[in-house]
Design a protein around this ligand. Structure first.
Ligand code: ZN
Length: 507
């Protein structure tokens, strides 16, 4: 069939050739069109290739530039002001654009953390992303602050330096008071403290010295008069330096005073300042004897029964007996049974008997005579027992062993001194002028009766010594009372005006 068509078509060719003028014009036009299209396509392809080449050659990309330096420092806790960055696109062929690109940047720098932070800024063009990085150092250059509380110094050499107090705070580490180091120099105290970044804070406090001699003031004046007593109570004193420091505790008091012995004494109150200058205040102390009441001798024949060393197991019965006969007596008491019979003191006092001090313990080694202080200590303790029992102090007393004792001879002269001192202090001591002999002479009741009645009949006023801790002696009392009453004697309790028999002192 194709052959046929070719064959069929062939005869037509001459026909075409027969009319060439008419047939050529449309054919040329078609060729021109094709050629134009081809050229257009080639041109387009060329342009496209050129465009791609231009883009490739241009190499367009973002350009990110930091404003400000690439490394920056900011103080801990401070505000970081980001200088930012700028971005444009850039290429080799067409150069930079003027239009700024959109930038992405990190969140703000946290200045509450020490250390380095990398801040990055990025921009994207044609899928190309470029970033610029800035390093931000968060640092601590702030030293801790030391606060002196209170500021300034008040001190002196005498008192030494007393640290009034301080505190230290750091912007990063907080309270660093415990890290403060102190150094005491001659004229100031230096305080230093470092924080964890090595910043050092300083403070200093001047040390002031008093420049004048401290002043001593004596309460009660430079001359005082007191009554003799066992304990000296100074009216007081004060010392101050020119800075107002109370230096009283540095005053040294010297000079001997025997407050229990009448006489004139001088006390010196001395204080030295830093330069060794001494301030001295003197006080004259006049110790006066306590006046004793006059002795009033009774008009009637009188027997003062006195009982030593109790109260003891027989004291209650003795008090019953005395009550039955309406007889008043005197008890020179002890507490040698440590409270077992102590309440008898109160009973005796309430029943009208006289109470005097004998000794607290009646120590068998007579140690109350080892010194004045020992005697006073024993005496004052017994005084207190009596005050608790009776509500009042007594001025009456009897020396253990009597004022003539020689059991105290291990301390030569002690009885002479004590007799004088006790009298200066207004205490009244009683020995006796009738001894019952119950302290060694006898252990029999009839002999006690004989001794007492015999002794009393020889004189109008008798002070009788018995011991109510001895049953055979207490047993003698009823007979003595009956004898005395039959023979016109009055039985009485001693008081401060009573006749005071004194033995000669032998030590
Ligand atoms: Zn005694």
């Amino acid at each position: 069939m194709e052959e046929k068509e070719k064959q069929a078509a062939a005869p037509e060719a001459p026909a075409e050739a027969a009319a060439p003028e008419a047939e050529v014009k449309p054919g040329r036009k078609k060729d021109k069109k094709r050629r134009g299209r081809l050229i257009g396509v080639i041109l387009l392809v060329y342009l496209a290739v050129m465009a791609v080449a231009a883009v490739l050659l241009d190499g367009r990309h973002p350009l990110v530039e930091l404003n400000g330096p690439a490394e920056m420092t900011v103080e801990f806790g401070g505000e970081f002001i980001d200088p930012g960055a700028r971005a444009v696109s850039d290429g080799k062929l067409f150069g930079r654009t003027k239009r700024a690109l959109a930038l992405e940047a990190d969140r703000p720098v946290d200045t509450s953390r020490l250390g380095d932070t990398a801040l990055s800024y990025s921009a994207t063009v044609l899928g190309k992303t470029v970033r610029a990085v800035r390093i931000v150092h968060v640092v601590d250059t702030t030293p801790p602050v030391i606060t002196l509380v209170p500021a300034g110094a008040l001190t002196s050499w005498l008192k030494g330096f007393e640290e009034p107090g301080y505190s230290a705070a750091d912007n990063v580490d907080g309270d660093v008071t415990e890290r403060v180091e102190r150094m005491e120099l001659n004229d100031k105290v230096l305080y230093t403290v470092a924080d964890s970044s090595g910043n050092v804070g300083y403070a200093e406090r001047p040390i002031q010295f008093s420049v004048s001699t401290p002043a001593i003031s004596l309460a009660g004046g430079r001359e005082i008069t007191i009554q003799a007593s066992m304990v000296y109570q100074d009216p007081g004193y004060q010392a101050q330096d020119n800075l107002g420091n109370d230096l009283t505790e540095y005053v040294v008091v010297s000079g001997e005073i025997l407050p229990y012995a009448a006489g004139d004494y001088e006390l010196r109150y001395t204080i030295e300042n830093e330069q060794g200058d001494a301030a001295i205040a003197r006080r004259i102390v006049h110790v006066e004897p306590v006046p004793l009441p006059e002795v009033v001798m009774p008009e009637q024949k009188t027997i003062y029964l006195t009982f030593d060393d109790g109260p003891g197991p027989y004291t209650d019965a003795l008090l019953d007996l005395l009550h039955r006969y309406g007889v008043k007596a005197t008890f020179f008491v002890t507490d040698q049974y440590r409270g077992a019979y102590t309440d008898c003191i109160g009973r005796a006092y309430r029943e009208g008997h006289a109470i005097g001090v004998h000794t607290l313990t009646h120590a068998s080694d007579w140690s109350m005579y080892s010194s004045e202080a020992a005697y006073f200590e024993d005496f004052m303790a017994m005084e207190e027992v009596i005050r608790e029992q009776t509500g009042s102090y007594t001025r009456l007393f009897r020396f253990p062993g009597g004022s003539s004792n020689t059991v105290s001879s291990f301390n030569p002269g002690i009885m002479s001194r004590l007799a004088r001192y006790m009298t200066d202090m207004g205490y009244i001591y009683f020995d006796w002028n009738v001894s019952s002999g119950d302290a060694g002479g006898t252990t029999e009741t009839w002999k006690v009766i004989e001794n007492v009645c015999g002794g009393c009949s020889a004189q109008p006023v008798s002070v009788v010594l018995q011991h109510d801790i001895k049953a055979f002696s207490v047993d003698a009392v009823e007979s003595i009372i009956l004898w005395g009453q039959r023979n016109g004697y009055v039985f009485a309790a001693l008081d401060e005006t009573s006749f005071r028999p004194h033995h000669g002192i032998h030590n």
